[in-house]
Design a protein around this ligand. Sequence first.
Ligand code: BGC
Length: 814
Amino acid sequence: MKYKDLIEKMTLEEKASLMSGKDFWTTQNIDRLGIRSMFLADGPHGIRKQAAAADHLGLNASIPATCFPPAATVANSWNVELGETIGDYLGKEAVAQQVDVLLGPGINMKRNPLCGRNFEYFSEDPYLAGKMGASYIRGIQSHGISACVKHFAVNNQEERRMSIDTIVDERTLRELYLTAFEIAVKEGKTKTVMSSYNQLNGSYTNESIHLMKEILRDEWGFDGVVVTDWGGSNDRVAGLLAGNELEMPTTAGETNEEIIQAIRNGIIKEEVLDECVDRLLDLNFTTEAALNKSQEIDFKKHHKVAQRAAEESIVLLKNEGKILPLQKGKTVAVIGDFAKEARYQGAGSSIVNPTILDNILDCFGQSGIVNIGYEPGFERYGKKNIKKLNKACTLAKEADVVLFYMGLDEATEAEGLDREDMEIPENQIDVLNALYKVNPNIVAILSCGSAVEMPWIDKVKGLVHGYLAGQAGARAILSVLSGEVNPSGKLAESYPIQYEDTPSYYHFPGKEVSIEYRESIYIGYRYYDSANKEVRFPFGYGLSYTTFKYSNIQVDKDSVTFELRNTGGVAGMEIAQLYVGCKSEAIFRAKKELKGFTKIFLNAGETKKVTLYFDDKTFRYFNVKTNKWEVEEAEYEISIGASSADIRLTDTLFVQGTGAPIPYDKDQLSTYYSGRANQVGAKEFEHLIGYKLPVSKWDRSQPLGYNDTIAQCQYAKGGIARFAYSVMIFAHWFLRKIGKRSTANIIMMSVYHMPFRGVARMTGGVVNMPMLDGILTIVNGQFFKGLNQVLRERRKMTRVAKEKNPLAKAIKES
Ligand code: BGC
């Protein structure tokens, strides 16, 4: 242990006190030993340091900070240097705001397009997400503070996120859901990892010895700190045993006491606690040194970096008849509520209070594009508005080109709840259809953080996907429209034609006890490609104002080399993608997988030689028989593509294997071997996971317990609980009805899906576990007994608090 001497000076109580927060955002200090408290703040795309009222849902304002585009956007840049630059600027601002641990990046896989938090994650591909995540971490930590990669692991839905049990086979876990984290730990060297809320194959991730010890610490060599997601600790002692150093936020000492008792009763050894303290102290002392250096922030410069980030991440999806870039002097009508009120970031814990916010309507000045007017056309949260629609059409008739700003609203893509469908609201499409009739020269600018269906695509000639472009996004989009910037973003996720096409369509989200990842390794393009399913836009797709030619592929055992030429008339950047597919059919696999990528700048007419090196991940697969990464001896197809569906060069390579036995019985897993794994039966899935599927439905006959959710009050024995449930549902319905969707969402985010234990974990000690027992007694039908217990505990708490307060004690004694 690094801090043995200091730890020996600590009492058991002092050591345990470090294991949970002091309040919502800070850790406990021990002044007599010179241990200060650390500040943890969200978030992934800007600092959200709340100086006054604290919450984890983005409700209360934070100190202004640069709002960079979120991960879903920057992923489209496929530029790790850019990721590192953003991390660097985030780190600078964090130091300036005296933040020790920045809670990001979030690198969970986009298993399903409806996950409400997809805007905060990078990709459906673990290699891309891992590389981008690691780059942010390196940038942030170059300032000596800590990043905190999250949410470890398999947290891929918001519905019941604090209790859902994710059932996934070991190979898929390793290859798909953990690889990005592995890269973040090994290459990013993150100092902190945030455990996720959910369960994994029957254990809370924070308590899973397999995940937290065997994989994270032993295999990957992680020696930093694990912090729980806010309110995500279930059994504190089990968490400690799995190596969870810090529980957040505060529990007013209640769970520290559980640790003390477990040590006194011999359930755990004091050394387990000492080791956790040691790692936590290391984090504390190293970040302390970093915060002592002063950091001046030039916010204008940071704004420029946010603009560059957006410019490199915008994806041009359609450009019929070369409608873009707009020629100088072209007149445009700006239509759509999203033009005036840009949708530039997501909602929830990552919400940033921007330092500056560009508005497209103020930006046309020097662009050469002549804006003849603006009309909202539709109401973001409302129904069809004929008056607004007509006004928009009248304006559209006058312009050469219509710029139609459309997208998803803030209440649709938010932390804490998943989307209901993949559609753009109907009132926006009504306007688009009407505009098309009066002026078909339409360029749509899309603002949203995840994939949407596009049955309306024939109505637009140009489609610019800005994703959520951050505080400088408006200007960045304009530079793409005007041609000042040649678009170079490519999609980091697939766009299915319709939601029903997605591989997890039949198994998303888990609504009761569990969610079964029956599609196994076939997520995103791995499925569409292997099942030959047509998509609207494939993974890795994006257009440019120039064209590129790939030639001369050469493959050797370590690398692939090829030539890339800019064959168009303007300079541009191309993202070349390396895909590898195994030709043997002994083990079921995706047709091909991303194993490398690079972004290259080329002047018009310029040619460059490009080499992509293979690494430890190029040929590996996880073998469930040997429980190790292995390489299958086979011929491999090495492809270079401009997207996953646009392969330009291919060669083959024979690779010697590690000689491991074939882990599967092909006859038992025929759907997986066929690649069409969107409807796998229970029996086949059981064969894959190797155990009988746990019951996925709530047992309505049992009394409700700590891990049951408030939503389950609908079948509680206690009438008052059922009544409370009905009130909640009514309030939610009513708020939506009167157009207050954001407020309605808060009910879902903060109450509906919360397990009862969360009531104790998230109230900073106002409700303790014995009081929670009382509440559960009421919920389970014994009103007076439960109420008595709650009141008794409340009195006890007040008495103890008074005794602890020396002034109150002195008054009492005098
Ligand atoms: C989110 C985390 C976030 C934390 C603190 C949680 O609800 O899941 O991503 O860092 O709150 O705001």
